[in-house]
Design a protein around this ligand. Structure first.
Ligand code: CDP
Length: 224
């Protein structure tokens, strides 16, 4: 199938399988995949390790903002890096998950991540997932998908990726993040008006890919 040169924006609730879906699409269509959540997670790890966020999630915004000037956060061959150090494993744990949504409410953090994301958007043929990609980062994206799934299905999927984490703890974290992400002042998680909803509670990955291909064919008048 000939996929046009477009940006695909995938937003939605925590652990709805956005990044797994985006990675499969990127491979199938030869698009570049960009995980915006990984950058928020990277800033969060940086904030934890440097003492800019306390146990009760109080954030020292002036110190964090000034330190971000020297933060070399980027993608590399094994995922997300700070300088030469691959941080992929650390950013996926519950310690970072428990602090990332408060960190992502800070406008200076959002501006830092947005500027990195928009650099990538100068090219087409990218698929990016997050919370505000279709609404704020790339409102001009040609295709916007809003993903959702049953909370218990989401918690089970995510707990399976986190050895040692209980489903109850994971579910609690998902619900807390969804609440903070949907209620923050700057770029809250909302469905873009022109987004198409994908509820994948009962869908396999193959079902989702077929669904997307049908959508693209219809939208861009392509014969499959
Ligand atoms: O994969 P998962 O659903 O667990 O989340 P993620 O995409 O890794 O994002 C982690 C957190 O970063 C989210 O819960 C949001 O608080 C924040 N985030 C955001 O605010 N805006 C984005 N575009 C992406 C992530």
């Amino acid at each position: 199938m000939n996929i046009p040169d477009i940006i695909i924006a995938i937003d939605g609730y925590s652990s709805t399988g956005k990044s797994s879906f985006a990675k499969v699409i990127a491979k199938e269509f030869s698009f570049l995949y960009l995980d915006s959540g990984a950058l928020y997670r990277g800033v969060t790890l940086f904030a934890i390790e440097n003492g800019f966020i306390s146990d009760d999630n109080t954030i020292d915004v002036p110190e964090l903002t000034s330190a971000m000037n020297g933060l070399d956060l980027h993608f590399g061959p094994q995922g997300t890096y700070i300088g030469e150090r691959c941080i992929e494993k650390e950013i996926r744990g519950l310690a970072v998950a428990g602090k990332v949504s408060p960190i992502a409410t800070v406008p200076q953090v959002r501006a830092f991540v947005d500027s990195k994301l928009r650099e990538f958007g100068k090219k087409k043929r990218i698929v990016m997932d997050g919370r505000d990609i279709g609404t704020t980062v790339f409102p001009q994206a040609e295709l916007k998908i809003f993903m959702t799934a049953d909370p218990m299905v989401r918690a089970q999927r995510r707990a399976a990726e986190m050895p040692g984490a209980s489903i109850e703890d994971v579910l609690k974290n998902l619900e807390e993040r969804d609440y903070i992400d949907s209620h923050r002042e700057v770029s809250p998680l909302t469905q873009a008006e022109d987004a198409v909803v994908l509820d994948n509670s009962d869908m396999t990955m193959q079902d989702q890919v077929e669904w997307l291909k049908a959508l693209i064919s219809e939208r861009f008048s392509i014969n499959q």
